[in-house]
Design a protein around this ligand. Structure first.
Ligand code: ADP
Ligand code: MG
Length: 524
């Protein structure tokens, strides 16, 4: 499918300039097909995967159609979540950079309705909102639909999944007959088709070709792995590729919570996102992820839907998704808008059949990979270090230090020896230097399982245990393996060569102010 230049689309100068400022070079395939058709007044059904630029695909024609001299509401965008409504509105405002007489407003539950009513009174022409709150305003007559020319349903399948069907039908039935209706959806279940038949007028179905279902610039790899080595594998991938932002997908909320705890215990900046969190907690997590206070987001599929963060460098399928389409959604979180990204999937045992289905469905090759060994990671870290050294030399504020080197050289130490000693002191952190993990993971017998008589009841978390063991025994936190915490006790996997040190070192010591007993677990 070919892509058009925005200049080929009959757009206004203002929009063209804004699009240019946003850094878009050419329209994506869905934009190429949708924009002109929507501007011609046609009803469309747009179907394409995440990250293909659907927001601008309806946003550009929507904003071109608004009459700036008319202060009435002219377009309504329905979105499944508040997060997405805000994001769409942000993109609209960027598009409106040179059209400041058009006003767009996001409307969602959770924000005081009075504030929204006040804002609406100022003459808003475009509203982007969740169905529930839009209904609310319709009932109060604070949103008047008489002059609405365009309705957009974004992520329609998601809205249905979230139980908004009745609201959507009510909203649509109250719209003027003459309006235009545009619907975007990643999937086309029967319910969506029913909606389009009922509320659209002879819609045209625009679909990006199936083989483009996955973004081609994503490098896809899988690892055959055992369940118990997943945590170590994640750590190695993160250490190896040093991503600034990554998303790890798990199949359940509990798996997200457990993974986050284990990763935090190992010193990574990780947090979780799933349906049990309150909206405000989700907002906080997303904010931290966006401004990079956290670098790893562990998430379930549902929670991750609709979050749009660019520059995610890699996605890890900690659990292979149940549904092939989820796979596409997940890896679509990286490599957005033409950037390169990486996707790694863990495959345990018979899951290889599921992986084959995914490959068939996505018509893409997922390559069998080898997990990075410790020496790979050391090599990667060395490269980063050498880069840093070069940068410092280039910056050239070194005279004070050169004096120091000269002083040492006066004592007959060669400059090479000085440099080597400094490297030794700086380059390798204790974890990669001291610990001899099995490179191929096969020999997990090298880990010894220890029992500690303290658990959830005393509110201990993995990081408390790691902290106590590292603090009391000097065994590096990163060397510790899985930690399973139960009500009254917990298990910690410790490399065999440290097991004795840990048992002796922890004797009579406290974790979270509770004296603990630690011993080798039975049956192992
Ligand atoms: P979707 O709704 O299909 O998941 P979005 O509309 O959220 O995708 O777009 C994903 C990202 O791609 C956004 O950061 C958006 O600004 C960017 N984008 C959209 N269109 C283009 C384009 N033509 N060229 C480059 N980037 C684009
Ligand atoms: Mg979207």
């Amino acid at each position: 499918m070919s892509s058009l230049l925005f200049e080929e689309m009959n757009l206004s100068e203002e929009i063209l300039k804004a699009v240019k400022d946003m850094g878009f070079e050419e329209a994506t395939p869905i934009q190429s097909q949708a924009i002109t058709r929507i501007m011609e007044g046609k009803d469309i059904i747009g179907q394409s995967q995440t990250g293909t630029g659907k927001t601008a695909a309806f946003g550009i024609p929507c904003l071109e159609m608004i009459d700036p001299n008319d202060r009435n509401l002219q377009a309504v965008i329905l979105s499944p979540t508040r997060e997405l409504a805000i994001q769409i509105c942000e993109e609209f405002r960027k598009l409106l950079k040179y059209k400041d007489n058009i006003k767009a407003l996001p409307i969602y539950g959770g924000q005081p309705i009075e504030r929204q009513i006040f804002a609406l009174k100022k003459g808003i022409q475009v509203v982007i909102g969740t169905p529930g709150r839009i209904m609310d305003h319709m009932r109060r007559r604070t949103l008047k639909m008489e002059n609405v020319k365009l309705v957009v349903l974004d992520e329609a399948d998601e809205m249905l999944d979230m139980g908004f069907r009745d609201d959507i039908e009510l909203i649509l039935s109250k719209m003027p007959e003459e309006r235009q209706t545009v619907l975007f959806s990643a999937t086309m279940p029967d319910e969506i088709i029913e909606l389009t038949q009922k509320y659209q007028n002879n819609p045209e179905h625009i679909k990006t070709a199936k083989k483009e279902l996955t973004v081609p610039s994503i490098e896809q790899t899988y690892f055959e792995i055992k369940e118990r080595t997943k945590l170590e594998a994640v750590s190695r991938i993160i250490d190896m590729y040093n991503p600034s932002l990554s998303i790890i997908f798990c199949n359940t909320k509990k798996r997200v919570d457990d993974l986050v705890e284990q990763l935090q215990g190992r010193g990574y900046f990780a947090e979780g996102l799933h349906g049990d969190l309150k909206q405000i907690q989700r907002d906080t997590v997303m904010k931290k992820f966006r401004n990079r206070t956290i670098e790893i987001l562990a998430a379930t599929d549902v929670a991750a839907r609709g979050i749009d963060v660019d520059d995610v460098d890699l996605v890890i399928n900690y659990d292979l998704p149940q549904d092939e389409e989820y796979y596409v959604h997940r890896i679509g979180r990286t490599g957005r808008a033409g950037k390169t990204g990486k996707a790694f999937s863990f495959v345990v045992g018979r899951e290889i059949y599921k992986l084959r289905d995914i490959m068939k469905f996505t018509k893409s090759k997922i390559h069998l990979g080898r997990l990075p060994s410790l020496s790979d990671i050391e090599e990667a870290k060395t490269e980063i270090f050498i880069e840093k050294v070069k940068n410092v030399i280039e910056e050239n504020h070194l005279s004070k230090y050169i004096n120091l080197v000269e002083r040492m050289m006066d004592e007959d130490i060669s400059s090479i020896d000085i440099a080597a000693a400094l490297l030794k002191m700086n380059l390798f952190d204790e974890s990669s230097q001291d610990i001899d993990f099995e490179d191929d993971f096969s020999d997990s017998e090298k880990m010894i399982r220890l029992f500690i008589n303290i658990g959830k009841k005393k509110k201990v978390r993995a990081k408390d245990i790691v902290g106590a063991i590292a603090g009391e025994t000097g065994v590096p936190g990163k060397a510790l393996g899985n930690i399973d915490i139960y009500e009254e006790f917990c298990f910690v996997d410790v490399p065999k060569k440290y097991a004795k040190d840990v048992i002796r070192g922890m004797k009579g010591k406290k974790i979270k102010n509770n004296k603990v007993n630690i011993e080798r677990a039975k049956n192992n």
